[in-house]
Design a protein around this ligand. Structure first.
Ligand SMILES: [Zn+2]
Length: 134
């Protein structure tokens, strides 16, 4: 579970009202990991059984829009994560798990800047199979 005070401060710093839904979602994602909307919904329903899909959907989108969360597409689903520093997301098609890999992305940044492009979000997704080894 994430630190409530940290979450409250984060929401306020973005000018957002502190709502139980926002706090619950950030508590879930704060400790790392990657979640689909369905996974977020299932986890939140353990605490608040009546929470609606649209509330979760809207809350996730608000948090992405304000740069608190990052979303990306992989394996036909939208994923949400709190980490926003450049890293590689490796998705295993056997388990559906996503793992973070840290690499030196300076070579990517250098090549992209040669194109005159300023990177807003660097998110590399690799798909693969563990063949039951993990
Ligand atoms: Zn990640």
């Amino acid at each position: 579970m994430g630190n409530i005070n940290e979450i409250i401060e984060l929401l306020r710093s973005k000018g957002l009202k502190v709502t139980p839904q926002r706090v619950a979602i950030l508590q879930l994602l704060m400790n790392g990991g990657h979640f689909t909307m369905d996974q977020v919904l299932n986890e939140l329903r353990k605490i608040e059984p009546n929470i609606s899909i649209s509330t979760v959907y809207n809350t996730l989108n608000t948090l992405v829009r304000l740069g608190i969360l990052r979303s990306f597409e992989a394996d036909g689903k939208t994923w949400y994560e709190m980490r926003k520093d450049p890293h590689i997301n490796v998705i295993c098609e056997d388990t559906g798990q996503i793992m973070d890999v840290d690499i030196d992305v300076s070579a990517i940044e250098r090549e992209v800047s040669k194109l005159g492009i300023e990177i807003k979000d660097l998110n590399v997704i690799i798909r693969g199979n563990c063949r039951g080894t993990s």
